[in-house]
Ligand binder design. Structure first.
Ligand code: HEM
Length: 135
């Protein structure tokens, strides 16, 4: 009895996103927290903001106590079909123009900027020295 677990898709859970009907998805399970909204120590707004998506990270980030975790059972209504949850976005660095990651060419340019005038000066002094001596 009662062993059948209802499996919801995220699309089914998502419309339960208001103060009169609020469902959360946490760790693969679906919770109807409508009755808990007024009692949640963190306030109803955070719960409402966590609807329509996998709220596991939101729930975990707060570092809820074990008694908070124990309360979850009370609101359990079924499981979530994990295939309907968009996969976590892997961190993609913001789209930036491709800067030259390798600084070698920059270094060579700096070195040349420094060396070329020195070489010219050296050559000039050398020529001057040489012509003075030979004349
Ligand atoms: C059914 C799910 C949830 C239950 C049963 C629950 C329960 C609780 C409980 C009992 C506390 C008091 C502190 C503790 O014992 O850890 C708490 C605090 C808090 N909860 Fe939740 N919570 C739930 C979901 C969420 C979600 C999805 C968020 C979203 C961010 C959230 C945000 C917070 C915050 C910010 C606090 C801290 C409040 C404060 O210390 O001022 N909770 N929650």
């Amino acid at each position: 009895m009662g062993s059948e677990t209802k499996v919801y898709t995220l699309q089914e859970v998502a419309p339960h996103n208001n103060a009169k009907d609020c469902w959360l998805v946490i760790s693969g399970k679906v919770y109807d927290v409508t009755k808990f909204l007024d009692d949640h120590p963190g306030g109803d707004e955070v719960l409402l903001a966590a609807t329509g998506k996998d709220a596991t990270d939101d729930f975990e980030d707060v570092g809820h106590s074990s008694s908070a975790r124990a309360m979850l059972d009370e609101y359990y209504v079924g499981d979530i079909d994990s295939a309907t949850i968009p996969t976590k976005k892997a961190y993609t660095p913001p789209n930036q123009p491709h800067y030259n990651q390798d600084n070698t060419s920059e270094f060579i340019i700096k070195l040349l900027q420094f060396l070329v005038p020195l070489i010219i000066l050296g050559v000039a002094v050398g020529i001057r020295f040489y012509t003075k001596q030979s004349s």
